[in-house]
Design a protein around this ligand. Structure first.
Ligand code: UN1
Length: 507
């Protein structure tokens, strides 16, 4: 069998396309040294950029803090106006931003556009939220007293984001932080500086248009040392970090040591249970998108398929067929469904995991090989495993789907929950009781639990995040805004008498 060849744009063409997109938004990349902007499409460098130093980070935090002092007393609906304008600019430049996401993260066009849509959606959400920063009134035990909660801005929010959602995760944090009255310092992944420059520039334009304090948002293109400076800075009230569990294990304790707050969105090892009553015509595309979409590089990617024994052979056969038809290649090509892995490290991690899986008794039934091309183009893999072995319990950020089987529903749930991570999960079933049991307190232990849909591709309206080693944070919709504010409990005495709580007498 001959491996299909991959036709790719040249690095020069990618450079030109990136420059066109940057010019369209009005941004200029800082020329200099210290940071290379590259594209996984060809694996080559596009530009050399000036990296920010630890001192730059320090300055950025100081300036952002100054801006926060003004912003916190700006009425929240007026703060919402800034985010409304940002949303307009994102709509206007949706295609330019998607180009940069494809160039730097390797996402196929439709997913890159989807990422920008997610940014627009959270802006709309945050604008509405700017008029709904509600506190409660609580029944006081004392006559003539009012007990209430008020929500106030928190301070500077440090956003650390990953390459795989290089702009959307920033927007979840930033749109809410801005309406909450906070300022933001953003340290993006070193793999995606260009999309960060473009996005930050659009926010600068919005800030300028509404006359908000200039330093409300600061982008720092810094390395690990710069990230550490941000994490350790006591002026940074909240560190919102997205990335690996390994990264979170370092960030969490450092922020806690200075009594700062952290919001962690770390690794996932997401599973889908396929029950005997499942509609396989529905399950199949759901599984393939969740497992092979974004070349397996979402934190919500489906990594474990827990199938009832009676269905396993049929489902695996259909999966193998579907995987064999997945077009792999240039993410700009409309027909492509699987773009490149981000870098050589990802390729090595995938190859190592497949080797370990086989050593642990697994059988690769689809994909797993690398195409001969510049850049890392791999065939998404399906691996039948004899059980939940060590490699299955780890998150490998690549398109590997491990297939496990079960006989009873209890076994399925036990297998499902027996991993250190707890981000996303789903079940395909037409049995309503089983669906409810999966969502019940002793069902899936994840932050996201779905029925008859895959594990990835959450809408922004819900809270996003997970339990256990996923870090416990919740971003984007629902009441995630509360993470970006501080709560004060107010007791107001209008009785004219001093009455102590709990009937305490004194004096
Ligand atoms: C991530 O991979 O860090 O639910 C975020 C999803 C997307 C967000 C993924 N809306 O797959």
């Amino acid at each position: 069998m001959t491996t299909p060849t991959i036709t790719l744009p040249t690095t020069d063409a990618l450079r030109e396309r990136a420059l066109t997109a940057l010019r369209a938004v009005g941004a200029t990349p800082p020329a200099g040294t210290g940071l290379s902007a590259r594209s996984p499409i060809t694996g080559e460098t596009l530009f050399e950029l000036r990296a920010d130093t630890v001192d730059d980070v320090d300055r950025a935090v100081g300036e952002a803090h100054e801006a926060y002092l003004t912003w916190r007393t700006t009425p929240a609906p007026a703060r919402g106006e800034l985010v409304r304008v940002l949303g307009e600019l994102l709509r206007e430049h949706k295609s330019d931003l998607a180009d940069l996401i494809t160039i730097e993260a390797g996402k196929i066009r439709s997913e890159a556009l989807g990422e920008v849509q997610e940014m627009i959606d959270i802006c709309d959400f945050a604008v509405g939220q700017s008029r709904q920063l509600y506190g409660r009134t609580i029944a006081s035990e004392r006559p003539g007293h009012r007990l209430a909660e008020t929500w106030h801005p928190l301070g500077v929010v440090g956003v650390i984001s990953a390459f795989n959602f290089p702009a959307a995760v920033w927007s979840w944090n930033t749109a809410l932080a801005l309406v909450a009255g906070d300022a933001v310092v953003w340290k993006p992944s070193e793999l995606t500086p260009l999309i960060s420059i473009a996005t930050a520039h659009l926010l600068d334009r919005a800030i300028d248009r509404v006359g908000a304090p200039t330093a409300l948002h600061r982008l720092v293109l810094a390395d690990r040392a710069g990230g550490e400076r941000l994490v350790d800075d006591a002026r940074v009230a909240l560190v919102s970090a997205t990335g690996s569990t390994r990264m979170g294990r370092e960030v969490g304790p450092r922020v806690a040591a200075r009594f700062g707050r952290s919001l962690l969105e770390l690794g996932g090892n997401n599973a889908t249970v396929v029950a005997p009553s499942a509609d396989l015509d529905l399950a199949l595309p759901g599984i393939v998108f969740a497992a092979a979409g974004t070349a397996g590089q979402r934190c919500t990617t489906l990594r474990r398929l827990i199938v009832h024994t009676d269905l396993a052979d049929e489902l695996v056969e259909r999966l193998v067929g579907a995987y064999g038809r997945l077009p792999i290649g240039d993410p700009f090509d409309e027909g492509t469904l699987v773009g490149p892995l981000v870098d050589e490290r990802a390729a090595t991690a995938m190859a190592d995991a497949l080797e370990r899986a086989q050593a642990e008794g697994g059988k690769v039934v689809a994909g797993g090989t690398r195409r001969d091309a510049p850049g890392v183009y791999v065939e998404p893999a399906v691996v039948r495993m004899p059980g939940q072995t060590a490699v299955v319990r780890e998150e490998t950020f690549a398109p590997i789907l491990y297939v496990l089987t079960y006989d009873t529903f209890e076994q399925a749930v036990a297998l499902h929950n027996d991993v250190p991570q707890g981000l996303s999960s789903s079940i395909f079933t037409r049995d309503q009781e089983e669906a409810e049991l999966f969502l019940a307190a002793d069902g899936s232990d994840c932050g996201i639990a779905n029925v008859n849909i895959g594990t990835s591709g959450a809408e922004i309206g819900g809270a996003f995040g997970g339990e256990k080693e996923t870090g416990g944070g919740r971003e984007s919709g629902s009441d995630a805004w509360k993470s970006y504010m501080r709560r004060a409990t107010n007791t107001v005495n209008y009785s004219g008498h001093l009455t102590l709580a709990q009937n305490v007498s004194f004096l």
